[in-house]
Design a protein around this ligand. Structure first.
Ligand SMILES: Cc1cc2nc3c(=O)[nH]c(=O)nc-3n(C[C@H](O)[C@H](O)[C@H](O)COP(=O)(O)OP(=O)(O)OC[C@H]3O[C@@H](n4cnc5c(N)ncnc54)[C@H](O)[C@@H]3O)c2cc1C
Length: 387
């Protein structure tokens, strides 16, 4: 067994963990990231690809919406190589959609998302593949974002500041001395080599695996996991991200990614992030729903489909009967010293890929406060190196 030593261990190499690594390194904290697969091999390489404007959450979850629009603007500045400025429409096709439209517009305006309402004919002029049934559209600043480019860029930036990352290295134990976490044990999945890593702090940034990872430290973190499926079609009939003008539901977003469009998503409750399977009804539902917005979808070829698990945290006070789509998309930094009496261990979970930088900032603010470090965050100011 090899022994390593660092100030902070970050578990998880998705958008969140890589952003945490970069922020730690930029504040002069020695940090090591451990990822059981490759970078973005979890949700961050298998998500829908939307750089959220926040409009989707503006009515039901204003704090999450506000985080999205602020971070949407920052990511465009610091990671332009990962973003395509597609723009976006919310399209109203029915009476119910039109009734929802003023609520959407008002919700967006309340949290600072710039919107413009255009007529159906204007929308069709801009996007001729839209359904001729479109009555009105709301123009919003959506984009598409590449999770791989973002994660690789964050790790490259972190390494330039002296951080380290070990891929295909799975954390198998979280080591405790009494009521304090003092490091981790990890295994290289390719060579079988074992590592004991001593650290002052361990950050759990394992997305859908948050609960499993926390259990390694003897802590329960209640998650409300569900997976979502996406279908990739083999050409791009729309330039913009097309959203259905209604409360969030299955099959209501089409994201243009490169020369394809990605239809999504579904929402299926699961218990184990390593055990789920795409079902045929999901593909049918996505095609049916998205064809209502862009009818040519029915005649296009499926290139592939894939799925990922949402890392939704369910704080104890909201545990109850509410709908899964109502579980907040906001993020949570969990200080396990305060919550469970276990020092040296912090969990960052929930949120969106769009908000990963902010999630990292709040996490590292807490690490710094605990370590007595007063270096401010600068991740919103410096661009990422090209991936
Ligand atoms: C269907 C779906 C669609 C989505 N669409 C969007 C969207 O369009 N826009 C948007 O902004 N957000 C979207 N999201 C949300 C977004 O994708 C996630 O919030 C984000 O990717 C989570 O990143 P993460 O780093 O927290 O988790 P992950 O990317 O899952 O990273 C966690 C990492 O931890 C690693 N890991 C787990 N256990 C261990 C261990 N023991 N040791 C070492 N490593 C470990 C995993 O391998 C994984 O790489 C979507 C989510 C889903 C499920």
């Amino acid at each position: 067994m090899k022994t390593l030593e660092t100030q902070v261990v970050v578990i998880g190499g998705g958008a969140t963990g890589t952003a945490v690594l970069r922020d730690l390194a930029m504040r002069g904290i020695q940090a090591l990231l451990l990822e059981r697969g490759n970078l973005a091999s979890g949700t961050s390489g298998n998500f829908h690809g939307l750089l959220h404007s926040g409009a989707r959450y503006a009515v039901k979850d204003p704090p999450a919406a506000e985080e999205c629009i602020v971070e949407n603007r920052i990511l465009r500045q610091i990671a332009p190589q990962a973003i395509e400025d597609t723009g976006g429409f919310f399209v109203a096709l029915t009476d119910a959609d039109e009734a929802f439209l003023p609520r959407l517009v008002e919700g967006c305006q309340r949290v600072g998302i710039p919107v413009e309402v255009i007529s159906g004919s204007e929308a069709l002029r801009e996007e001729p593949a839209l359904s001729p049934q479109v009555r009105q559209a709301v123009v919003i600043p959506d984009g598409s974002v590449d999770g791989w480019t973002l994660c690789i860029g964050s790790v490259k930036a972190a390494k330039e500041y002296g951080a380290q990352a070990m891929l295909y290295t799975m954390v198998t134990e979280i080591l405790r001395k009494g009521d304090r976490v003092i490091g981790v044990r990890a295994v290289d999945q390719t060579s079988g080599d074992e590592y004991l890593v001593r650290a002052e702090y361990v950050v759990n940034a394992t997305g859908p695996w948050t609960e499993k990872t926390a259990r390694l430290a003897g802590i329960e973190v209640p998650m409300a996991l569900d997976y979502g499926t996406m279908v990739v079609l083999d050409s791009r009939p729309v330039r913009r991200a097309i959203n259905r003008c209604r409360p969030p539901a299955d099959g209501d977003i089409i994201v243009p990614v490169g020369t394809t469009i990605v239809l999504g998503t579904t929402s299926v409750p699961i218990q184990d992030p390593d055990d789920f399977c795409i079902q045929e009804w999901e593909i049918d539902l996505l095609l049916d729903e998205c064809a209502q917005m862009v009818p040519i979808v029915e005649d296009m070829n499926i290139q592939r489909y894939y799925a990922a698990v949402r890392p939704l945290y369910k704080p104890p006070q909201t545990a109850g009967e509410e709908e899964r789509r109502e579980v907040s998309r906001a993020f949570y930094v969990l200080d396990h010293e305060q919550l469970n009496g276990i020092g040296g261990f912090i969990t960052i979970t929930g949120g969106k890929l769009t908000t990963c930088r902010l999630m990292a900032e709040k996490t590292v603010d807490l690490v710094c406060a605990k370590m007595g470090i007063s270096v401010p965050c600068r991740t919103h100011l410096e661009p990422l190196p090209p991936a």
